[in-house]
Ligand binder design. Structure first.
Ligand code: 5AD
Ligand code: SF4
Length: 478
């Protein structure tokens, strides 16, 4: 008997992603590239041949988490020097060489506009045992076109195993941001705003539909500012993209995040109203309810403008759910200005709000212009207070839904944190309504990826609990 040849051990990649959906998508694309190089994923740091952190620099806390993770894996590198350690994404672009200084065991530092180079840099770092860095040009470092060109587009590769679920996927419709809100690091780490050509986006949507994807979320820092000029001078807007993606067979739900209040045009609202596959859900951050604070943030709108936009949104799409982001404790925010934010939340009845304590970011306008003058304890209290105001609204609105039947796309098994006390179902599933509300119910696992009708029986501020009524919905006509 001859010996079976031992199959060559496949190299293993451990990747951890922090931050926004854009980062989740970036990680998917990096993993696809690494798979092409023969890597497979592992959850075990000790098994890994490459360890990547795809990082965020929107707030200090996100960066601290990465630096402490890097500290923890130093031992692994000492034990196994052949392991390649990579810091990717926004913090890589922001801190650049500083990362090597603070964590010399890191081998590669790669900004979000350079991720296509990751495999090549891994090989180089291994072959030459020298730190490798690839970052894009700073926003002040040359012409707009040359800076934009240094943020590469590499979205062609997809990796189903990295998606939120096999039937849900992200598509980037634009990169970067040109709004320059004074507190925000994104325009400098993600570069100039660039809308991708509609043809490329549609081809990607079709490819994803062929792979079994049913729900597509279009991503952009200010997704509703999307505009692509064709060579013939015609312009494509987000509403045009929604319309075209709506025609793709197999795609059953379309979402888009995140919106900028000033760019909420009537054609977009009308498209959301007219196209049944588009979620009746709009995330459009207000950030503050105080005009003076908004001015210092350079948000380019007033509270009155925001509320007018909200009224227009609700008049066009009566059943829409709107969510928002808020920053509390921004420079110069006093009790009166904070109270205006609480009042805005109480008037606006958002589906939910993401609330953040202001975190000064080096390199931003706010950091150089205004002192970070709200004490941490006050930021914490305001965060709690605003959250309490929002939670009360969530609970009230959710309770009104008890007794109603909602259509839910089943996403997967519910995490135990969402469980209702005393609920002992074997397969507790979680899904979302057309308005992006989270619903937990008992169902067979084979319903994952299907639409079901759920009768709402109970509600908390974040979750609706219900019972499945009809197993499958009749497919939306394409
Ligand atoms: N500090 C706190 N929150 C911030 N955000 C952006 N920059 C900062 C900062 N420096 C918040 C905004 C944005 C969300 C993604 O993060 O609310 O909408
Ligand atoms: Fe940051 Fe403002 Fe751009 Fe949003 S719109 S990414 S908050 S600069």
């Amino acid at each position: 008997m001859t010996d079976q040849p031992t199959p060559e051990r496949r190299k293993k990649l451990y990747i951890e992603t922090v931050g926004c959906q854009m980062n989740l998508l970036d990680s998917e694309l990096v993993v696809a590239k690494m798979r092409n190089e023969g890597y497979e994923l592992t959850d075990d740091l000790n098994q890994a041949d490459a360890i990547f952190y795809n990082t965020c620099s929107v707030r200090q806390h996100a960066e601290d988490k990465i630096y402490s993770a890097l500290g923890r894996i130093k031992r692994i590198k000492e034990r196994k020097p052949e392991v390649t350690i990579g810091v990717l994404g926004c913090m890589a672009q922001k801190d650049q060489d500083t990362i090597f200084r603070r964590a010399p065991h890191v081998d590669i530092v790669v900004g979000p506009g350079q991720l296509a180079k990751v495999p090549e840099l891994v090989e180089k770092a291994r072959a030459e045992s020298v730190h490798q860095i690839a970052v894009s040009r700073a926003r002040t470092d040359g012409s707009i076109d040359s800076i934009a060109a240094s943020f590469e587009n590499y979205d062609a590769d997809r990796e189903p195993s990295m998606r939120p679920s096999p039937f849900q996927a992200f598509i980037r419709v634009m990169m970067g941001c040109d709004k320059f809100c004074t507190y925000c690091i994104v325009p400098s780490v993600r570069g100039p705003e660039q809308s991708r050509p509609p043809g490329v986006i549609l081809a990607e949507a079709r490819l994803l539909a062929d792979q079994g994807v049913k729900e597509i979320t279009l991503l952009g820092q200010t997704v509703n500012s999307y505009q692509h000029r064709q060579p013939d001078g015609r312009s494509s807007r987000l509403s045009d993209l929604l319309d075209q993606i709506h025609d793709i067979a197999g795609i059953e739900r379309i979402k888009f995040i995140t919106n900028f209040p000033n760019d909420m045009t009537d054609d977009l609202l009308q498209a959301v109203h007219d196209l049944p596959k588009v979620s009746r859900y709009i995330h459009v951050p207000a950030q503050s309810g105080c005009d003076q604070v908004l001015k210092r943030m350079k948000r380019m709108y007033t509270t009155a403008f925001y509320e007018e936009m909200l009224a227009r949104t609700r008049a066009t799409i009566p059943d829409v759910a709107v969510s928002s982001d808020f920053i509390v404790g921004f420079c110069g925010e006093n009790e009166a200005s904070f109270q205006r934010t609480v009042d805005l939340v109480e008037r606006s009845r958002f589906k939910n709000s993401f609330i953040f304590k202001y975190s000064p970011r080096e390199g931003t306008k706010a950091d150089s212009l205004y002192p970070d003058d709200v004490p941490e304890s006050v930021k914490k209290r305001r965060n709690k207070e605003l959250l309490a105001a929002q939670t009360a609204i969530c609970l009230e609105d959710h309770q009104k839904m008890i007794g109603r039947t909602v259509e839910v796309l089943v996403e997967g098994q519910s995490r135990s944190t969402a469980r209702r006390e005393g609920w002992h179902g074997i397969s507790q599933m979680v899904g979302r309504t057309n308005c992006d509300r989270i619903v937990v119910f008992e169902a067979n696992e084979r319903l994952i990826g299907q639409f079901v009708q759920v009768r709402v029986e109970d509600a908390s501020a974040v979750t609706l609990f219900g019972r499945v009524e009809i197993a499958e919905r009749i497919a939306t006509p394409a």
